[in-house]
Design a protein around this ligand. Sequence first.
Ligand code: GLC
Length: 625
Amino acid sequence: MEEVPIPPYKNPNESIEVRVEDLISRMTLEEKIGQMTMMGRVKSKRSDGSIDPLIVGGANGGRGPYEYDPAPVEKWAEMADKWQEAALKSRLGIPLMLGVDAVHGHNNAYRTTIFPHNIGLGATGDEDLIRRIGEATAMELRAAGLNYTFAPCVAVVKDLRWNRCYESYSEDTEIVRRMTSIIAGLQGSPPDGYEDKYPFVARGGNNVIACAKHFVGDGGTEGGITEGDTKMEYERLERDHIAPYLDCISQKVCTIMASFSSYNGQKMHSHKFLLTDVLKGKLQFKGLIISDWRGVEKINQWKEGDDADYYICAALAINAGIDMVLGPPDPENFQRALVSLVEESKVVPVSRIDDAVKRILRVKFAAGIFDLPISKRPSPDVVYCEMHREIARESVRKSLVLLKNGKSKPFLPLDKNARKILVAGNHANNLGYQCGAWSIYRNGENADRKNGITILEAIKEAVGHDTEVEFEIYPSSNTLSSAKDQFEYAIVAVGERPYAEYLPSETGPFLQPNIVDMICSVADKVPTLLILISGRPIELKGEMLEKVEGLIAAWLPGTEGNGITDVIFGDYDFVGKLPVAWFKSVDQLSMDHEARTHDPLFQVGFGLGYGSEGEVGTGSPRLPI
Ligand code: GLC
């Protein structure tokens, strides 16, 4: 029997452009607009749990399968396979991009490796380490059947009141540019001669599609207001906030997410000059631009039910250059609206739809998801494996910034064989606080991950077997009254409770008065090391700063709390440097480090080490180790 030739778009030996042109020529307008839709978690509407053929471009894994919460990667993979199988049953069998917010590991799944949040990674300054974190994260995502992450965030934070400060690598654009090396880890690196600025993902099933976000100026809004307005001359926007995207595009990033924020009063999701003329024109970005979650609806704060407004939002967003819409409240409504905008009111030209769909297909072909069988992925054993834990532990070590080490003589490294030590503070034994937001749940409630090592557990593991460790979150007056005779030193771990983009950081960038009092009470009695677990610098009351012997910024370290004990007991030296300036007082915010009046407690780049001198507040960069 004569062999039926496979269509070019299904032939992996054809070039990407041949496959894109062949496939789009076969698509109806509804199928094209289907590809422009990335829906939320797919819910089966059938009693047998099966799913209608999916005519969409992708789905957001969110928090994983509804039946399990949180879910191990095996259950994520079952969910992802079910969605993919449904998509492959559609007329043209176009596979889905299956995305999730894996912003510090595959953080929404159970028992995965959680790496430090970006601000801690910025303190490491180690681009190769960041690349390796990308590789490990990609493996743990693939093991869960996913092929896309909405990461990295390449925001350049300029106001520490921003609720997403911890998602930025630094206030220094050059540091952020270097940390984009995570993209090479997530997507893999293309072979020599690969087409310039073209999207790329290594084949073999161990890499994923990355997403540089949020374009542009998300970290530069006035007053650090989440989704606020970034007001500045274009030259400064390009120098401070657009620059990291050059490095993302040169590393072949497949997708870029538009920011909820505005630029000079215009919503980014409707900003044609920046999305199309700059990103796709001047910077020659060949991948796809995805909206933020319901970002289209936020263009003019569209409310459910007002379809006229929604049509305007959809037209503005698509014509501005948005190619894929993430999480429309009602995907079918979005698709109906766009069909009408193209066919009836003709507000959106077919050429814009074709450009968007070609970009989506180009990413899918470049990422090899047409050619990878569903089951081609790493074993679940890679999740939280020894190698990934070691990378996470190394990144914790290198993220620590030593801000104070003794008054008259060095206080650290601490003695592992002390007779008795006191550990205190509500961040000393709380994995949820240690991991921060985007950990199982977006707001990082005190999620019980069941895997990971708290600071207290790591201390107990590190000290000699004759050393007694007493833990009191808030040491009693009874403990304090005899503390001087009982304890050789104290370790107090406090900081911020997890918060995400919509939660007000309840503590603000300062500690509650009762916590400051506790620290001072302990430090009055016993030489004390203060470890700050926070998404950003927090205000250090002068008296407290004076009383403690040692002070470390540990940011949001994730599951491997033993990275902290590796350094405080001297097995490793401190190498971390401040990725953001540390203010003296909240009243100073926002600080402009270019301003003559800039007067931080610690400059960007400050960090002591065991071999370095330098006093609190000198701001002098740490001597090279
Ligand atoms: C959010 C965030 C974005 C995230 C997206 C999908 O609102 O702004 O960073 O990737 O939703 O969850």
